[in-house]
Design a protein around this ligand. Structure first.
Ligand code: AP5
Length: 218
């Protein structure tokens, strides 16, 4: 199963991709996480993209496709994956199709995660990440089991993402509407699009995704 989660910032792509990795063994490929890792490690790529990301704009299509292609090459040949945050433009969607077909692969399913803008602002303004392992939480909707202690690594320091400022979130939403939302039609035309209600609580969204995967593989 090769799957894309398509949705605006804060729609829960990262949260659900981690669920799909844990429960269904789909490798989670997040372009945002790969880019943030490059920034924190101060690699050449990280230095080149830091300002672009923090201001909520898009990194170039060529760079993103190269990054994703490299990651796919590192997976087992038959590995199943979930793409979180890619494609984000028509150029990326077309280049992804070509790149996958060159590796004798294709996408099985694209899941549109619909959430309204008020909910997005609530989710992003409450998002915190463990400063040690980057696990994602929400101050209201997804608290750590023990106050201020990361469920995964026991870290006790949390931070906010540099691109979660109000100005940057507004720009990311504008960019999503202009560049990424048209991909809904793109994948509908290819007959592989399914929409889910991503406004529901995390567990319900996970169930809906699980049902889609079960239908697809049965
Ligand atoms: P990226 O990291 O992909 O950010 P994004 O798309 O803006 O998405 P987010 O990570 O903000 O949200 P999410 O949908 O993953 O939601 P989450 O699960 O965290 O990209 C960052 C930047 O990198 C881009 O702006 C761009 O600059 C660059 N970039 C990345 N990919 C690129 C590409 N392909 N091309 C060009 N540039 C690229 O959830 C959010 C919060 O809500 C969390 O606190 C969570 O706990 C909570 N939550 C989740 N689900 C629910 C729910 N159902 N109910 C209540 N709360 C929930």
């Amino acid at each position: 199963m090769r799957l894309v989660l398509l949705g605006p910032p804060g729609s829960g792509k990262g949260t659900q991709a981690k669920f799909l990795e844990k429960v269904y063994g789909l490798k989670h490929l997040s372009t945002g996480e790969l880019l943030r890792l490059a920034i924190s490690e101060k690699t050449k790529l990280g230095n080149a993209v830091a300002d672009i990301i923090n201001s909520g704009q898009l990194v170039s299509d060529d760079l993103i496709i190269e990054l994703v292609s490299d990651r796919i090459d590192k997976l087992d040949g038959k590995a199943a994956f979930v793409l979180d945050g890619c494609p984000r433009t028509k150029g990326q969607a077309e280049a992804l199709e070509v790149m996958l077909s060159e590796k004798s692969k294709n996408l099985d399913l694209v899941v549109q995660m619909a959430v309204d803008n008020d909910q997005i602002v609530k989710r992003i303004s409450g998002r915190i990440n463990c400063a040690n392992c980057a696990a994602s939480y929400h101050t209201e909707f997804k608290k750590p089991k023990i106050d201020n202690v990361c469920d995964f690594c026991g870290g006790d320091s949390f931070e906010r993402r540099a691109d979660d400022s109000e100005v940057s979130v507004r720009r990311r939403l504008d960019v999503y509407e202009r560049e990424t939302a048209p991909l809904v039609q793109f994948y509908e035309n290819k007959g592989i699009l399914q929409a889910i209600d991503a406004m529901a609580p995390v567990g319900e969204v996970s169930k809906e995704l699980g049902a889609l995967i079960a239908n697809h593989t049965s």
